[in-house]
Design a protein around this ligand. Sequence first.
Ligand code: SF4
Length: 361
Amino acid sequence: MADGSMTLAFTSAVEAETAAIWQKVSARITPMEWRLQAPLIAKINRLKTEKNAVILAHNYMTPEIFHGVGDYVGDSLGLAREAARSRAKIIVQAGVHFMAETSKVLCPEKTVLIPDVLAGCSLAASISAADVRLIKQRYPGLPVVTYVNTTAAVKAETDVCCTSANAVQVVEMVAREWGVDRVILLPDEFLARNVARQTEIGIIAWQGRCEVHERFTVDDIAEIRASWPNAEILAHPECPADVIAASDFAGSTAAMNDYVKTRKPKQVVLITECSMADDVACDVRETEFVGPCNLCPHMKRISLENIYQALLHDRYEVTVDTAIADRARAAVQRMIDMPPLAVPARYDMVKARHHVDVELI
Ligand code: SF4
């Protein structure tokens, strides 16, 4: 690295400064790795204080980021709420670009940095603002609910945003308010199919996919059952509907986190991005995390090294056109203003309406 931080020494001062973090991450990080990571973690945490910065770390960040330097950690909804509340001058988004845009939309007066501008998302890339405008022409009078995994320009064309944690709640709320029995839910086809099974409201869906979750198949679930017959299988609702139906539980990353922390199953499989299991495993030592996972290449662009460079050089700043930001903010704010759920929503596997289908655009 240009500033030589890869060669920082693991001194006794660094060891003492990072001892509490090491206690937590030692479930998933080896001592050899830690000796390389701890000096940089200590530097980042000092630099944050000097610059009045906070780091928002998504559940798919690796443990040295999530537990080591994240000030606020969680899912997209939780991070959006924290961005809105934060008093810091600088927000570093340890996540992907649409999340940084959401932070900028909610905090226009703050500097929002993303450590790697190429940290994108297959879902966000699947739909444009022009697509949404055409959809609205095709379905006049129907509300548009958009998943937060979209660009600010797409959110600006939207009536209200949702996350996988509150999608059912948002769809039902907006249908009630508009007095309609169908809602357009963009852009994740599988999330839309899974929401449709949880509500009487008809769903019109786009064919966007998360490249991490679309790869899980029902055969994977069968193999997991054969290999670990006692493991509880928790799946993310961006997975195909048959994967969800074959699992024991489905919910957002927040809901999966809550499930493991409250129930502490003996063995569990998290059907989602790989770092999720590593991060939860640092907190829940009683549970054994087994089975396959898929990596998100976009999330994995974020590292301690580029977080440090982002803070040091105030790069890469994320900006959003003011007119777009104003309209996008209204859609995100409507979601944030909804009464929070007492416990993270789960996709009810028992009551699911398995034969219901969506109208694909
Ligand atoms: S995990 Fe899927 S939805 Fe999340 S950033 Fe990666 S591609 Fe996008």
